[in-house]
Structures are given as C-alpha cells and as structure tokens.
Design a binder for this molecule. Structure first.
Ligand code: NDP
Length: 415
C-alpha cells in the first residue's frame, strides 16, 4: 500500500495514525513499566506524578545498550554459520543470509553466566537498571530510526521512494537495508531484542531470588517457556526467511523499534510481576499451564514447519499423507493438508496459546500481566486480515478456491 494512492482524507488519517504510533507506543512501554514497578501492576490513571517516574538515561545505561547491540552485531558478523538464500525478490534476485543465531544465543548466555559467576556484573543488573535502560533504548532506537530513514532512502526502489518521510520513518524507507552483506532487518528482527528479552527474564528471576531467597516454580516455568520460544526461533532460523516480516515488510520504526524495545521490555512483564508475587498459582494449576504451553508450542511449531517444508519439498508427507494443494496461476502452491486445511493460520493460534500460558502463572489478581495475550490477539487478528488481503491480491481466484475449502481464519471450527 502506498499512502499517496489513497484519497486525501484517508491519506491524512494514515499520516495521523503514523504520528500517533511513534508517540503512543514508546509512551505505553513507560506506562506499563511504571504500573508494574510502582503500582503493583494495577491499571491506574496516570497523572504528572506518574510520568515523573520515567528515569533519565545514564552514561551506564547508554554504555550497556550501545555495547549490547554492537556485541550482537559482532557475533552476527563473525560467528560461522550456514549461508542460505531468502525467497526471490520482485527483481528475481535472492539475498544471502548467514544463519548463526543459535550460536550467538549460546555464546551470549555462556558469557553472561561467566560474567555473573566471576562477579564482574550482578545477576540483577538489568532489573536494577530497568527504568534507565528503557528510556535509553527508546531514545536511541527512535534516533536510530532517523538514521535508518536516511540510509534506507538510498537503497529504496523508485516505488518505495514515493512514501512520504513520515510513512518512510514509520513503516520503513526500503525493504532490505544492508551495509555490505549485513542485513539490518534480519539482524534486528532477532538478535539484540530476542536475546535481551531472555537476559531481562533471567535478571528478574535473580531479583526474585534476592528478595525471597529462592526462585519460585511459577518464575521457573515462565522463564523456561520464554527461553524455549527464543531457542526454538533460532533453532529453526531458516524459517524466519519465509515469514511475512522478512518477505514483505519494509524496515523502519515499526519493525526496528518493535524488535529492539517492545519485545525485550514488554514480553518480559510476566516475570517482572512474579518478582514480587512469587507463587500466585497452586502446583496443580501450574501443571495445567505446562500442558497448555506444550499444546500451543506443538501447534505453532508443526504448522510453521509444515508450510516451510512444503515450500521446499511439495512431496514430503504431512500427517502420513501426500500433501494436497492448489497449484496457483503464478506457479505457486497453496497447501491445504495438515494444519493448513483446518484453518488458514493455525500457527497464530499456537503462538497465542503459548502467550496465554506465559500469563496464567501470574494468577488472576491483576489484568496487566495479561497484557501480552491481549495485545497479541489484536496483532494476530490484524495480521491475518492483512495477510488475507495480500494473498487475495497475489493469488486471485486461486485464493478464493483455497478460502472456500479452508473456511476458518485462525481457530479451526470457531474463527
Ligand atoms: P505465515 O508464516 O503464516 O506466512 C504467511 C504467508 O504464507 C502468506 O503471506 C503466504 O505467502 C503464505 N501462505 C499463506 N497460506 C498458505 C498456504 N495455505 N500454503 C502455502 N503458503 C501459504 O505468517 P507470519 O509470517 O505472519 O508468521 C510466522 C510466525 O511468526 C507465526 O507463527 C506467528 O505466530 C509468528 N509471529 C510472532 C510474533 C511475535 O511477536 N511473537 C509477531 C508476528 C508473527 P506467499 O506470498 O509466499 O504465498
């Protein structure tokens, strides 16, 4: 979509929504953090006193954040990894990527453990400096997106250059900005944000230990679920290359800020809540939550793998049978075996069930620990609609035939 192709009223509405996003999204990260740290995760009406809790960046927090991103960039550039090509671009070429995410994740965890055991840094460092780190991350990433706008413009296609500067800042000036062979979107999509999320979680677990003398089962369960999610992401790193973000999204504030700030600081809110509420659920209920997470993980992983593997090997069996699909006019294939025959995005359902399982260990005393599954449901419903529009445009009558066969969007039998 290009905002310039819209009528003038819609164009204004889009530009206003971009400006609102740039202001409202970072503000919401401060709101959530202050509510969790100072109001026991209650939904409060923020006054001037509330916002005065926003911490100023410090030399230490700037040093931590800058060296963190630089260190991850160094690992991405220097560690060995499989070289693979992404999906073909509109001009017929395909970009090369180096897959070394699992190694970068393992090296980072090992070094963090060493630094803590050797006494170089306290295990709670990220908890201790959380407020100043959030301000620093917001400020530096918002500024970094200005640089990205200027840099991305130089690599943009004529079509992408039609975006006005506000749209280009928000959604991105070009699809795959690269410094030499270093792909900025692929790097930011996963490395600094996802790995930082895990370290923030572990720092919260350490803080719980400092306060209560032990780490609760609820904290262990939630940290384990989230570490599993991140490890799985890196284990199947090549599958990232066929996701919507990598294939279709330009790289700007939305993805860049989303991955570098939103993910580590809001996806870790449940462990933050558990720091001061170590065991809101009885053991048997935690057992059920483990089952729910396992179910979500199974749906998420197997559905994503079915499509990913089908794309490279359309003969590979799915649930013991030959895959069924529609051969599209443009030479593509729309799968309707396995999960892809039960709903058009069962992978979203699995992902959401996991998100719910990360919040349930926080019990039912507060709404805000459920922020992630609530926000994620909106994101996934919106994403599915946008993907459906993309597929309808791309596949035309073949997409209609597919949707006539597979009636449900996300939840088989329900939605
Ligand atoms: P998908 O991996 O489902 O990819 C959608 C694309 O797959 C479509 O655009 C189309 O691409 C192709 N496609 C759709 N239907 C079929 C079919 N029946 N057969 C073959 N190809 C098909 O979506 P996403 O990239 O949005 O999500 C990937 C994963 O990432 C999901 O599990 C999601 O939950 C997760 N995710 C997690 C987020 C988080 O913050 N935790 C955020 C966003 C996503 P084409 O043009 O190639 O045909």
């Amino acid at each position: 979509m290009d905002v310039r192709d819209l009528g003038s009223r819609k164009r204004v509405a889009f530009n206003v929504s971009f400006a609102l996003m740039i202001v409202a999204l970072p503000t919401s990260t401060f709101y959530l953090q202050i509510a969790f740290l100072h109001h026991d995760a209650a939904v409060v009406l923020p006054g001037a006193g509330f916002w005065s809790r926003i911490a100023a960046p410090t030399a230490g927090s700037v040093g931590i954040f800058v060296s963190w991103v630089a260190f991850q960039a160094l690992l991405a550039a220097a560690l060995p990894g499989r070289r693979v090509h992404g999906v073909p671009l509109p001009d017929g070429t395909a970009l090369a990527y180096r897959l070394n995410g699992l190694r970068a994740f393992a090296v980072t965890l090992a070094l963090a453990l060493l630094a803590v055991l050797a006494g170089w840094i306290p295990a709670t460092i990220l908890y201790d400096r959380l407020p100043e780190l959030l301000t620093t991350a917001n400020a530096l990433v918002l500024l970094g997106c200005v640089w990205l706008l200027a840099f991305g413009r130089r690599q943009a296609t004529p079509e992408e250059r039609r975006r006005n500067w506000l749209e280009a800042y928000t959604v991105g000036a070009c699809r795959n900005p690269r410094i030499g062979g270093f792909d900025l979107k692929f790097f930011c999509e996963a490395r600094p944000g996802m790995i930082l999320w895990v370290l923030v979680d572990l720092s919260f677990a350490a803080q719980q230990h400092t306060i209560h003398g032990s780490v609760s089962a609820a904290m262990i369960v939630v940290c384990f679920f989230q570490i599993l999610y991140v490890a799985d992401y890196f284990f199947f790193e090549d599958a990232i290359l066929t996701t919507w973000d990598i294939k279709h999204e330009p790289f700007g504030f939305m993805l860049g800020w989303g991955c570098l700030v939103w993910v580590p600081f809001t996806y870790s809110l449940q462990p933050l809540y558990l720091v001061s509420h170590p065991a809101p659920l009885p053991g048997w209920a935690l057992g059920l939550v483990v089952v729910l997470n396992a179910l979500g993980f199974w749906i998420f992983r197997t559905s994503n793998l079915q499509k990913h593997r089908f794309r490279s090997d359309p003969k590979r069996k799915i649930w013991g049978d030959k895959p069924e699909y529609i051969k599209t006019d443009d030479g593509g294939r729309l799968l309707f075996s396995g999960w892809w025959g039960l709903s058009r995005h069962a992978n979203y359902l699995g992902d959401w069930l996991m998100g719910l399982a990360w919040s349930l260990p926080c019990g039912f005393g507060r709404l805000l620990p459920y922020f992630y599954p609530l926000y994620f449901a909106i994101l996934l419903i919106h994403r599915e609609r946008r993907d459906a529009r993309h597929c309808a445009r791309k596949y035309g009558a073949d997409w209609d035939a597919y949707t006539a066969r597979v009636r449900f969007r996300i939840v088989p039998g329900l939605y």
